[in-house]
Write a protein that binds this ligand. Structure first.
Ligand code: ATP
Ligand code: PRP
Length: 234
């Protein structure tokens, strides 16, 4: 008989068991996401930041974290290898699959995706060279403005590119602005406001609807509470 799960079969060789899996990257996103989990009484069985294990059960809740690279989160969720994911909007804008919903802005890991360059006019002649790891988003952004650019794909240290003549400008994340400032660069344009989003595999939403919806509702509450607690500081 045919498998009842829509999209089942896309994931091979992984025993998913009956728990809900949440794909998340270590570092910035996990440390802030843990605060939200904590608010709803969910704690990891071991410390994900120090453990070498890539699958971390969450106590008492039939949930587990799967630890992946930040840019890989949408892939795991799209293919159903994880039910949920926590990914930056920057990463989601780059991803081309359609196998998930994005039901909740978690309001964590906030920053901006910007075009930055030296504090001098950009060259007018020829195609602008833009260094970035956000190739698709950069192409889209400049195409929408009708600008022809050459996108140079880098994997890190984007701020270096204009300093050594590799590119005229960069597209990268900015939070405090310290990294740009330290390298003599300024923001030329903001492309997007970025925060981490909860994403959910479309099939999991159908098949595990009750438990999925319950977790989304709990997390939404935690996000609201956090915003309320933050207000007096602003
Ligand atoms: P990897 O470590 O796998 O190379 P990464 O460097 O993108 O990936 P992080 O630096 O942890 O991983 O960033 C994860 C996400 O956090 C980004 O996709 C973005 O949404 C957000 N982020 C990145 N830099 C900042 C920043 N300076 N301030 C706030 N949020 C940020
Ligand atoms: C990110 C981003 C910038 C920096 C911006 O790098 O790529 O370089 O943060 O933050 P700021 O405006 O507060 O200085 P990150 O520190 O994550 O290092 P990475 O290159 O490993 O991603």
């Amino acid at each position: 008989m045919a498998e009842m799960r829509p999209q089942a079969g896309r994931v091979r060789g992984l025993d998913r068991g009956s728990t809900l899996a949440i794909a998340v990257s270590k570092g910035r996103i996990l440390s802030e996401f843990r605060i939200l989990l904590d608010r709803i009484g969910i704690k990891p069985a071991e410390d994900p930041e120090t453990s070498r294990s890539l699958v971390i059960p969450l106590k008492d809740r039939g949930l587990r974290l799967v630890i992946v690279r930040a840019a890989d989160v949408p892939t795991y969720v799209d293919y159903g290898a994880a039910d949920f994911g926590v990914a930056g909007k920057d990463v989601l804008l780059e991803y081309r699959g359609e196998g998930f919903y994005e039901p909740l802005d978690l309001d964590i890991a906030r920053c901006k995706l910007v075009v930055a360059g030296k504090a001098e006019p950009l060259p007018r002649a020829g195609r602008l060279r833009v260094a970035t790891k956000y190739v698709q988003t950069t192409r889209r952004h400049f195409a929408q403005k009708g600008d022809q650019v050459e996108v140079i794909h880098l994997y890190g240290s984007m701020e270096l590119a204009p300093l050594v003549g590799l590119a005229d400008c960069i597209v990268d994340l900015m939070d405090t602005g310290n990294t740009l400032k330290a390298n003599g660069l300024v923001v030329l344009e903001t492309i997007a406001e970025v925060s981490a989003r909860l994403i959910i595999n479309k099939a999991a939403m159908k098949v595990k609807n009750a438990s999925v919806k319950a977790l989304i509702a709990e997390l939404a509450e935690a996000v609201d509470q956090t915003a309320t607690d933050r207000k007096p500081e602003r």
